[in-house]
Design a protein around this ligand. Structure first.
Ligand SMILES: *Cc1c(COP(=O)(O)O)cnc(C)c1O
Length: 383
């Protein structure tokens, strides 16, 4: 019987006699570039760390298990994972992608993938008619849900049916909710993307990325690609992410509760004009996220009444850090316009609702009262 997700963050291979590695509770770091052989054709299963490394294997097994996939691939960052994934496509292939994606993904598609002959159509996958935009050469639909930073929610199962009907694969960036709250493969996706830097690692200290699939053909191609291109995650970083994942459940629960508290607080503030958090019943994606996920996550975006106030808030926060990134135990506040989404053309940014008054919070695991007190004091002191 399948164990609960908190257990699976800590234990896999329960049927094995698990006294390998001298019974180490913490999986060892195999800090080696290469492996000795006893003779021709007598490999230990490990030949060279670009191809395989036991610590990376262990991490990949854990992540595949959490996402309920056939296999997972650990890469040196989220962007390295998405770059590797783009190698599945060839010139003249067409992809439909969510327009409100992480800015780095848009930068990759527009500046690198396009140059390599891949064509993109950006849609609001929460409302646009995706099917109408599918062409003969459309090979994939690429979404994030909730999106970064506007927290739009799209219906994974519904989109997966459109993808299947037209022989496309569905790729879902699951960074915001993590497998703790959402399993896109079970909802019909073919590939899940993660920035492991964020909630999976969870401590704002390591970069990592993942691809997870339940499709054997994609699995084989990705194994070839990771071996050939060489962006596999280093052993020590694999160990850090393994350690982070052990507490994924309690971190997600605590930071989500804090996010709910802060969303409700922000709603009442005069300086705040809009709050985008899919755990608020008035959020337009509330019903869909309730249906397809087990939680709402710890990311929230809000607008204040002026750009000047947005700047002032960023300058005045102290415990809450004005910094890029998300998903760690420390609460961060981000300014998408000049940080995560700076390379998205202004017109596109504004169309997606990212304005100079937009701030994004990645809520950590501090005491929510202290976070709210800090925000209260900052708002009180605004000119
Ligand atoms: C951060 C992020 C990425 C990129 O990951 P890196 O680890 O920073 O390379 C991709 N997608 C989303 C949703 C992200 O938040």
């Amino acid at each position: 019987m399948k164990k609960g997700i908190n257990t699976r963050c800590l234990h896999i291979d329960e049927n094995e006699e698990n006294f390998e590695n001298y019974g180490s509770i913490s999986y060892p770091i195999y800090q080696t570039a290469t492996y000795a052989h006893q003779g021709i054709g007598k490999s230990t299963g490990y030949d060279y760390t670009r191809l395989q490394n036991p610590t990376r294997n262990q991490l990949e097994k854990v992540v595949a298990n959490l996402e309920e996939g056939l296999d997972a691939f650990a890469l040196s960052s989220g962007m390295a994972a998405i770059t590797l994934l783009m190698e599945l496509f060839k010139p003249n292939d067409h992809l439909i992608v969510e327009s409100d994606l992480y800015g780095g993904s848009i930068r990759l598609f527009d500046n690198i993938s396009k140059k390599n002959g891949i064509d993109f159509t950006y849609l609001d996958c929460t409302t646009d008619d995706i099917e109408k935009h599918i062409k003969e050469n459309t090979k994939a639909i690429y979404i994030e849900t909730p999106t970064n930073p506007m927290m739009n929610v799209s219906d994974i199962n519904k989109i997966s049916k459109i993808a299947k009907k037209h022989n496309c694969i569905l790729i879902v960036d699951n960074t915001f909710l993590t497998p703790y709250f959402q399993n896109p493969l079970n909802l019909g996706a073919d590939v899940v993307v993660h920035s492991g830097t964020k909630f999976l690692g969870g401590h704002n200290d390591t970069l990592a990325g993942f691809l997870v699939t339940n499709n054997e053909e994609i699995q084989e191609k990705l194994r070839f690609l990771i071996k050939t291109t060489g962006a596999g995650l280093a052993p020590f970083d694999c160990w850090l992410i393994l350690r982070g994942i052990k507490t994924l459940g309690i971190r997600m629960e605590k930071s989500q509760q804090n996010a709910i508290d802060i969303a409700n607080f922000l709603k009442e503030q005069d300086v705040v004009t809009d709050v985008f958090y899919p755990g608020l019943p008035e959020h337009k994606g509330y019903d869909i996220i309730k249906k397809q996920a087990r939680g709402f996550g710890a990311m929230l975006t809000f607008n204040v009444d002026s750009k000047e106030h947005a700047y002032e808030i960023l300058e005045k926060v102290r415990m809450i850090k004005f910094a890029e990134s998300l998903g760690g135990v420390e609460t961060l506040i981000t300014y998408p316009t000049t940080q995560t989404h700076a390379d998205v053309p202004e017109e596109k940014r504004l169309k997606n609702g990212i304005t100079p008054r937009t701030l994004r919070l990645s809520v950590g695991i501090e005491d929510s009262k202290d976070l709210i007190d800090e925000l209260k004091n900052v708002f009180k002191s605004l000119s």
